[in-house]
Write a protein that binds this ligand. Structure first.
Ligand SMILES: O=C([C@H](O)CO)[C@H](O)[C@H](O)COP(=O)(O)O
Length: 211
């Protein structure tokens, strides 16, 4: 199980400070969609240059023009790029093909997918690297989480790695760990804490103990 730090509500200098604080405990650093909207792919480039040893994920949540956007994120230094599960099959296949050319990986974000079981099976056949269930900020605000959905993809996904994102905190992490996803994405559960390093260290310890 790997731990991904999601950076969403920061600018580039703040992102660098944050990564410096917790890098020892995280496996992947996500440059979140809001950061890319604010700063562009320059954020991916600067973080990869500052931390070349870390795996960097660009959370583009691609919906269209997939091959082109995967190419651009790859050029900026992203190791993993996200596309939406609700995108067209052609787009997801195009993203995978371009990622293979570039030596990168594709994570499919299943946010908003209505028939999760059916779509996860389909997307899994396209050769994607990760399938991620995700409760976005707007549904987190009304108390939703993705634990049930994680159990669903764990059951039906045969090839890709499984991942979960959305509102995971220290107190909800044990239930997530029990379901054994390959990747656990945490944003506010680390970045919103006073002692971010301690939160990341504790999460990493819990994940390692759960393996
Ligand atoms: O993808 C995300 C969200 O859509 C905003 O871009 C977050 O990175 C993801 O939800 C993880 O962050 P937390 O929910 O704060 O853990």
């Amino acid at each position: 199980m790997q731990l991904q730090l999601a950076l969403d509500l920061v600018n580039i200098p703040e992102a660098k400070e944050l990564v410096k604080e917790v890098e020892e405990y995280v496996d992947i650093v996500e440059i979140g969609t809001p950061v890319i909207i604010n700063e562009g792919l320059r954020a991916v480039k600067e973080i990869k240059e500052a931390f070349p040893h870390l795996t960097v994920l660009a959370d583009l949540k691609i919906m269209d023009a997939a091959a082109y956007e995967v190419m651009k994120a790859s050029e900026a230094g992203a190791d993993i790029i996200t596309i939406l599960g609700v995108a067209e099959d052609m787009s997801i296949k195009g993203a995978v093909e371009e990622a293979r050319k570039q030596g990168k990986k594709i994570l499919v974000d299943m946010i908003g997918v209505k028939n999760l079981e059916e779509r996860a099976k389909e997307v899994d056949e396209f050769g994607v690297d990760y399938i991620c269930v995700h409760t976005g900020y707007d549904l987190q605000a009304v108390g939703k989480d993705s634990l049930e959905e994680l159990h669903t993809i764990k059951r039906v996904v045969k090839n890709a790695k499984t991942a979960i994102a959305g509102g995971i905190k220290l107190d909800t992490l044990p239930e997530v760990i029990k379901a054994k996803p390959d990747l656990i994405v945490v944003g506010g559960g680390i970045t919103g804490q006073k002692d971010k390093r301690a939160a990341a260290a504790e999460m990493k310890k819990m994940i390692q103990q759960g393996e």
